[in-house]
Design a protein around this ligand. Sequence first.
Ligand code: PLP
Length: 500
Amino acid sequence: METQTTVVSYTARRTLSTTPVRCLNVENINPYVKAAKYAVRGELAVKAEEYRVRLANGDKSLPFDSVIFANIGNPQQLDQKPITFFRQVLSLLENPLLLENKEVLRTSFGYQPDVIERAEQLLGEVQSVGAYSHSQGAPLIRDSVAKFIQDRDGFAADRHSIFLTGGASSGVNTLLNVICNGPNAGVLVPIPQYPLYTATLSLLNAKCVPYYLEEHKAWGTDVAAMHKSVQEAKAAGIDIRAIVVINPGNPTGASLSPEDIKSVIDIAAEENLVVIADEVYQTNVFIGEFTSFKKRLRELQHQVPVKYDNVELVSLHSVSKGMVGECGHRGGYFELVGFDPAVAAEIYKFISIMLCPPVIGQCLVELMVNPPKNGEPSFELYQKEYNGIRDGLQKRAFALYEAFQRMEGVECQEPQGAMYLFPTITLPPKAVEAAAAENRVADEFYCLRLLDATGVCVVPGSGFGQKENTLHFRTTFLAPGTDWVERIVKFHSEFMAQYK
Ligand SMILES: Cc1ncc(COP(=O)(O)O)c(C=O)c1O
């Protein structure tokens, strides 16, 4: 903290006043920053962190002995272990001197030859992870991403259309900055949604045009609701420029069917909208198979002449989720499909102003899209770890789902994917009144009580948007064990009894 004297002399120079006022106060900063809301790291998360610190300092006065951060999809904060191959390669990238002792790496640390080869190949490309790279990301890594997309979808991809990013968040920020050209610009956003979208639109003073997902159709898209939103927004003079789809969904966990994907692409084609497909959970799918927007668009372009020729699609992926779970490393990419090259050039300029995405994050993207293959020395361990994480997540999702089924007034869709469950809660009128008396919405009140009583931090549905007169909360199913789930079950029955 600066001392008061320093502040006074600084402001005195600027204002010729002796009043100790700063240049900045909350009334004169960018109002769009103040307007932005981001519930997953909001009041509950701050309070949970305070509880964690109190417990760490030996505070015995709390009614729980650990805090469970079920508010955010942060796999390695909970239990998920990093994949060995990834971290072995990264260790060599960070400290290339280790490569001078390959024999020691092999015999003492169990580094397989393919770990060493991959590190040497990546170092050959980037020289040092401490150096800036090409603004769009290292070409070799973008080639690997293109190959990954091609193998996944069966349709061509090329490195010139791929932009590596510091996580999907920075990609979304770039895209919305370029897409939103003024206060009248609107973007269709699913509700409930991951608040990155509404928050970024607030920062840009652009309009969020909500379209509601259908809880009773496993949180699928509702074509009629999307059309209605479009018509209402147009009537209000909004220039709708893009539609966001999160697939698999956050917070819903839903995985869209090829038919649902087609209905979004149809609207984009009819209304001339850019499709922003957030596909960061593409490997977190329990039921059925993930279908990418790119694949579906290419299929439609092959099947139906003309209609889909000019659809602009951007799809995003990340190292943060899936079985990789390396969100602290900040890596991801987006692929542009059908964009005007002059617009792509402006996107390039925009990202070049920030120089380049973190190079170590780029290297993780390479490892994610090009992991050890069958027959290579690291494959067996990689596959064992990958499958172990995948099976563990599915088991936890269903254990939590079963617990929710035991809770009065709680209804939850069967887990389909992503890292979250988003149950509906029906609370007694007295609980709703008690919340109003504290000037809070009822789901926020419920989540705060849950945190105070159990140390389990979840996020109220109001943080993601929800249909009027419905209440939800979102929890991840990343935390290990069943103790925390039982804490929720016990709290819930006591809460319901208290407000009966
Ligand atoms: C749907 C969705 N998109 C994007 C992100 C941000 O991911 P990243 O860590 O790659 O920025 C998240 C993070 O939870 C998310 O849930």
